[in-house]
Design a protein around this ligand. Structure first.
Ligand SMILES: [Zn+2]
Length: 342
């Protein structure tokens, strides 16, 4: 099957857009992160993604499909499988003329605490997110990151500092909240994170422990959680002596804390690392691979392994220089873009 990238993924033989970045009459939405949603006339999504989409962009005509439920279109079949990236995040399997085409969307293979556990889906053609497709992105176990987060927060409290954790409001924020509550901490959440926690609860995810909406004048003994964009905002000035911790897979890069201007960046990622990307390709049995995000490195690595692979599109990493010319989509030097990616 022909696979095209043109401001979104497109399968011309069946006229199907997936995560289209310009408004289309119909698009699959793999998950509700800002860089994957647009005002389309209609969307195909899981119920949780459609609910989050509505929260962020507004209501639209939706074909809702639960995980593992196959929808029969006239010339192809479509099934969603969990991607483990945030609540409702889906991998999309297209079956067309005996061929299985699998689009992972953003995904990870480590099972988290706040969304559906991911699966590896056997396929012929694999279109995958390779945001972290370079060999030094070997993420530590989530348990190790959790322990380090607890140690750093305890250290901040011992030094009479205010721990402030930065986590993207959808996905990372809820995962971080589960981690903090299991560690016995009381947490004050920025409104944007809290609103999505409420939607998670609506969709059946429970958060046990002491958490509340942030009141900046009353944070004694609380871990404060904010979206990454607040790093440079007025809100930060209200904390007397903040100790700032950013949760992101980019924390594997030693320069990350300078880039993000926080005391620490801990590599809690909602994407697959290099080893899990390799594992997906091998275990899925894919005969051909297309990569999205990151750069050409992972595709060329696969070609060296004898697997036909092509890099379709990449927005680079956060430490790259901006690309020249027009096309805001490829302007990678804006930190705000990388606040969106995770
Ligand atoms: Zn995402």
């Amino acid at each position: 099957m022909k696979v095209v990238y043109n401001r979104g993924l497109y399968l011309p033989e069946i006229d199907l857009w997936m995560d289209a970045k310009a408004p289309r009459s119909r698009s699959v939405i793999s998950h509700a992160h800002a860089d994957h949603i647009q005002r389309h006339d209609s969307i195909i999504a899981t119920p949780a993604t459609a609910r989050l989409f509505e929260h962020r962009i507004g209501k639209t005509r939706s074909l809702l499909l639960d995980f593992h439920e196959t929808s029969d279109f006239t010339d192809f079949k479509l099934t969603f499988y969990p991607a483990g990236h945030c609540l409702g995040s889906a991998q999309t399997l297209i079956e067309y003329r005996g061929e299985r085409v699998l689009y992972t969307g953003d995904f990870k293979l480590r099972a988290g605490l706040s969304c559906e556990p991911p699966e590896i889906i056997p396929c012929d053609i694999l279109i995958m997110d390779t945001t972290f497709g370079r060999p030094h992105y070997l993420f530590p176990k989530d348990e190790e990151v959790r322990d380090e987060l607890y140690r750093e927060i305890d250290r901040a409290f011992m030094n009479a500092m205010q721990p402030v954790v930065f986590a993207y409001s959808l996905g990372k924020g809820q995962e971080a909240l589960q981690i903090l509550l299991r560690g016995g901490y009381s947490v004050a959440l920025h409104e944007s994170v809290m609103k999505i926690v409420d939607i998670y609860r609506e969709m059946g995810i429970e958060f046990d422990g002491d958490y509340r909406r942030l009141d900046p004048s009353d944070t004694d003994g609380l871990v404060v959680m904010l979206p990454p964009g607040s790093r440079r905002g007025e809100l930060m000035k209200t904390f007397r002596c903040p100790y700032t911790i950013y949760l992101s897979g980019w924390g594997m890069d030693p320069r990350a804390r300078y880039r993000y201007q926080t005391h620490l960046v801990l590599p809690l990622s909602d994407h697959a690392g290099f080893d899990d990307l390799e594992r997906y390709v091998i275990d899925s049995g894919a005969k051909r691979v297309y990569t999205l995000y990151g750069d050409d490195y992972f595709a060329s690595h696969l070609r060296q392994m004898g697997i036909p692979a092509e890099h379709l599109h990449g927005e680079g990493g956060p430490f790259r220089k901006p690309s020249k010319g027009k096309g805001s989509e490829k302007s990678v030097a804006q930190p705000s873009l990388f606040d969106l990616i995770e």
